[in-house]
Design a protein around this ligand. Structure first.
Ligand code: NAD
Length: 385
């Protein structure tokens, strides 16, 4: 997109708890990018979750849903909190988030597990196993056993009950998420590992066959391997750096992406993206959000780590706007700030400097300024280390 083009429209939904605090710092970074990189961004704000329920009696109004459909990308903070825990299921804060994902048909969930060198000690795994880790899990998000029919719990007599869920995938569902994984791998190390249980599940066998066919037809330049999900769970803790992009179904992806995120050891650092199909006009629905929740225990105290949301914005630059250089710049600024010793409370280590949410946002912007001037280390001076 050129500087003269219409600005890219971002809908910001800060949500509940620490959501507004981490969003404010991300906006600071986003506005810096909008002002310095020849790429115009415009921002709109909306309510989601408990704050929307308080204002409108629903966790997401139809008007906000329409804004999300119209936006080029949506950035979300987090939803939920004890204040709304006893509401009816249909109006609970997370229903707002679920509606966003469903109505935008966000079928591919991207969860990077990246270990910044400065934080390698935070992992429960050995330094050499995780230092420099940079993998991406692409999880199918709208199909599989969480949605398959038949489902339910039935009384089968004699005091017995039977619970059923159905794992089901079609060729089209497998191909569309497979394409997302292969396309992303082309921008990384060109390696995809497809994960299922083809040895014991027909749906897994279909997954393997269809990914293989798709690869042969369209993505021969990418190296494809296959792995059973149980082995993948093991390999992720044994030698996670063997992977580049992992593509898997909804159920296995749920488990494996949580496992992979813990390799990094810090919830406040982990971004995510959920993508829909690219439409004929080139537009793609997309939602970017940190993987952490609304952290009611620390909300309003200015101590939350804003980096997961800032890194979610970097993913937006990369995947919605094809601005990889800008995404790299934001990620480099975050890495430099960490190298310089700035830490929010959740990632504090001995000898490092404790900073507030706001100070962390400011440090990233200061570092962006320094990088733009061709210098690094502004953050280092500021952190006094
Ligand atoms: P949580 O992720 O909110 O918090 C877990 C722990 O991590 C807490 O101790 C919290 O203080 C800490 N933490 C989380 N994010 C942090 C950050 N950026 N900086 C520093 N520390 C951080 O999970 P939870 O406590 O299980 O859930 C709290 C609320 O969030 C619940 O209402 C839950 O339903 C909701 N939730 C929402 C989402 C979402 O919006 N996507 C995801 C998970 C949980």
């Amino acid at each position: 997109m050129s500087a003269m083009a219409t600005p890219a429209r971002v809908l910001c939904l800060p949500g509940d708890g620490i959501g507004p605090e981490v969003m404010a710092e991300t906006r600071r970074v986003a506005e810096w990018i909008g002002g310095h990189r020849g790429f115009r961004l415009s921002f709109a704000d909306g309510l989601v979750g408990g704050v929307s329920y308080d204002a409108h009696g629903t966790p997401l109004t139809d008007a906000t849903m329409r804004q999300a459909m119209d936006a080029d990308a949506v950035l979300l903070g987090a939803v939920g909190g004890p204040k709304w825990d006893n509401l009816d299921f249909q109006v609970r804060p997370e229903r707002g988030l679920l509606r966003l994902r469903k109505d935008m048909d966000l079928f591919a969930n991207l969860r990077p597990a990246t270990v910044f060198p400065a934080l390698a000690e935070a992992s429960t795994l050995k330094h050499e196993v995780v230092a420099g880790l940079d993998i991406l899990i692409v999880r199918e998000l709208t199909g599989g056993v969480y949605f398959g029919e038949p489902r339910g719990i039935a009384d089968i007599g004699n005091g017995q009950r039977r619970g059923v869920n159905t794992q089901v995938y079609t060729t089209a569902e497998i191909h569309r998420v497979g394409r997302v994984a292969f396309d992303i791998a082309r921008k990384r190390s060109r390696r995809v590992c497809s994960v299922e249980k083809a040895n014991v599940m027909e749906s897994g066998l279909l997954w393997r066959e269809e990914i293989t066919k798709l690869h042969a037809a369209e993505y021969k330049d990418v190296a494809l391997s296959h792995m059973y999900a149980d082995n993948c769970a093991m390999q992720l803790v044994r030698n996670p750096k063997q992977f580049d992009v992992i593509v898997t179904d909804n159920l296995f992806g749920d488990v494996l992406s949580d496992e992979a995120s813990m390799l990094t050891g810090s919830l406040g650092m982990l971004p995510s993206a959920s993508l829909g199909a690219r439409q004929a006009n080139g537009k793609m629905h997309a939602l970017y959000e940190p993987i952490h929740g609304s952290a009611p225990d620390i909300a309003g105290r200015g101590v939350a780590n804003p980096l997961a949301t800032i890194l979610s914005f970097a993913m937006m630059l990369r995947y919605s706007f094809d601005r990889s250089d800008d995404a790299d710049l934001v990620e480099r600024a975050v890495g430099n700030v960490l190298d310089a010793g700035a830490r929010t409370r959740d990632i504090l280590q001995p000898g490092k400097r404790l900073v507030s949410t706001k100070e962390m946002g400011e440090a990233v912007v200061t570092e962006l300024d320094a990088l733009a001037r061709g210098k690094t280390g502004a953050a280092k001076q500021k952190a006094g280390v």
